[in-house]
Design a binder for this molecule. Structure first.
Ligand SMILES: Cc1cc2nc3c(=O)[nH]c(=O)nc-3n(C[C@H](O)[C@H](O)[C@H](O)COP(=O)(O)O)c2cc1C
Ligand code: SF4
Length: 454
């Protein structure tokens, strides 16, 4: 390992030298126009190779519908030039919300999603000449459910001696029943039907970041029909995909954002070597990809790690960690290289099915060069932007227009948006959107300190 370091490169030559020094497989290309080439997903054309990754704000209206802050965030995404907007985590059941204000499409509020979506499609079409493909991320937060107030209300598929104490469990509680899990496919299917009615192009069966479906993938110690063997651990995902397909027909994208690698020890982690949790074992993730494609999934996005645990660099490489999280030993370029390798592995397994890569934000204004190279090399089909998008929503437009990215607008990977989430607040970019989010950061920090102290 090369040791952690903050971003400090004047030009691409300096970055290249560091990449060589740490031995990362990160390359760049000057063929920026490759990022403007269209790509078709299940009959829908994406006008370019930029995708906005799901970025939740924990700021929906109390009934789960788009609040003013949600509308503002998506208007910025829709007009910023990306060809695909992967909407944030949307709970399929109330008890599976990760926070009180998580997005949740329901029979009662679907019309407000529909009118907002129609407005966004019209505005983006008028402004950019295309409207981004929209995917809604369907989620059940499982272990990280907290539907009311500040009290965790975990729903766990298996006990985990490392993660249980962190959500207030002592190991004696019941794990979620097979009957409960078997009731979920129809809830996912109903949310998908509502999403289609609201004008979304598809839904994501979310299985990343150790929420319910992600933890189920790793539930080696669970008994019954949803635990133990690979067949059992993937059963619920299969049942959900089938239920959605039956409910929405063929002309609708079913996507999945899933964890390729948990960075968590066997028998509690997925995609990890049985003897070394830091070693990637691609065999099950690759089988999962093939299974999902056989079931009709036509878009994938890989992620990794557990943002609630102490190795968040596995999910999002950073300069500064959030409070109480140790700075990792590895260089951010090593973490990025690992994420690119995961995407490449999944893209190779997926063949023609597009995979959206991640891990770009730390690279600031060098993103277009590295992204162009990854597209040229076939390491991914689209380039996903997470924190970059909330800091600098117009980045795709600036790249596509030839203007290039402005470093002064880029995310500085300070983890303050994550800190707000950890403090149970509504989040956004504290640095580049400071008019709104700097006061919110201070307010939720103070409230969290008050709770911690008494
Ligand atoms: C504030 C915040 C909210 C996020 N919300 C979601 C989410 O709703 N669903 C999801 O799959 N990932 C979510 N993520 C993870 C991002 O989509 C992305 O994988 C991660 O930030 C790494 O990409 P980046 O380096 O471009 O930021 C979130 C990350 C942050 C910082
Ligand atoms: S607060 Fe803004 S600058 Fe800091 S990590 Fe989040 S998006 Fe990036």
């Amino acid at each position: 390992m090369a040791g952690h370091e903050k971003f400090n490169f004047k030009d691409i030559l300096e970055l290249d030298a560091k990449i060589r020094e740490v031995g990362a497989d990160i390359t760049h290309s000057d063929d920026i126009p490759v990022l403007s080439t269209p790509i078709v997903i299940n009959g829908r054309e994406c006008a370019n190779r930029f995708a906005i990754l799901p970025m939740e704000g924990c700021d929906s209206a109390p009934d789960g519908s788009p609040s003013d802050l949600v509308r503002r965030r998506y208007e910025r995404f829709f007009l910023g030039g990306a060809a695909l907007v992967w909407w944030e985590a949307n709970a399929v059941v109330e008890e599976g919300k990760a926070n009180e204000l998580q997005m949740m499409i329901t029979d009662r509020n679907v019309s407000s999603f529909a009118s907002f979506m129609a407005d966004m499609k019209e505005k983006s079409q008028r402004k950019n000449g295309y409207s981004p493909v929209s995917i809604l991320q369907l989620t059940h937060s499982g272990r990280y459910s907290r539907p009311h107030g500040h009290k965790a209300a975990p729903i766990i598929p298996q006990h985990d001696p490392i993660l249980d104490p962190r959500v207030g469990l002592d190991g004696d509680e019941d794990v979620v029943s097979d009957e409960y899990l078997a009731s979920l496919p129809e809830k996912y299917a109903h949310s998908a039907v509502l999403a289609r009615e609201a004008g979304f192009d598809g839904v994501d069966v979310k299985a990343c970041h150790r929420y319910l479906l992600s933890e189920l993938l790793a539930s080696h110690t669970r008994g019954g029909i949803y635990g133990g063997s690979f067949e059992n651990r993937t059963r619920l995902i299969r049942e959900i995909i089938r239920a959605i397909r039956k409910a929405v027909g063929d002309d609708f994208i079913i996507a999945s954002r899933f964890n390729v690698f948990d960075a968590h020890p066997y028998p509690y982690g997925f995609g990890v070597d049985k003897g070394d949790m830091w070693k990637f074992d691609p065999s099950e993730p690759v089988s999962l990809v093939r299974m999902m494609i056989d079931e009709g999934v036509s878009l994938l996005s890989n992620s990794a790690g557990n943002p609630y645990y102490i190795y968040p660099q596995v999910t999002r490489p950073f300069d500064l960690s959030s409070m109480g999280i140790p700075t990792p030993d590895e260089h951010p370029l090593e973490s990025i290289s690992m994420l690119f390798d995961f995407t490449e592995c999944i893209q190779r397994a997926a063949g023609d099915v597009p995979v959206i890569g991640n891990g770009y934000t730390w690279l600031r204004d060098f993103i277009p060069y590295i992204a162009a190279s990854n597209i040229e090399r076939g390491r991914c089909s689209m380039v996903g932007l997470g924190r970059c998008a909330i800091a600098y929503p117009d980045a795709p437009k600036d790249v596509i227009s030839g203007k290039g990215m402005d470093r002064g607008k880029c995310c500085i990977t300070c983890s303050k948006c994550t800190q707000i989430m950890r403090d149970h607040g509504t989040t956004g970019c504290v640095v580049r959107d400071s008019g709104i989010y700097a006061p919110l950061y201070r307010r939720f920090r103070a409230e969290a300190e008050e709770r911690e102290n008494g």
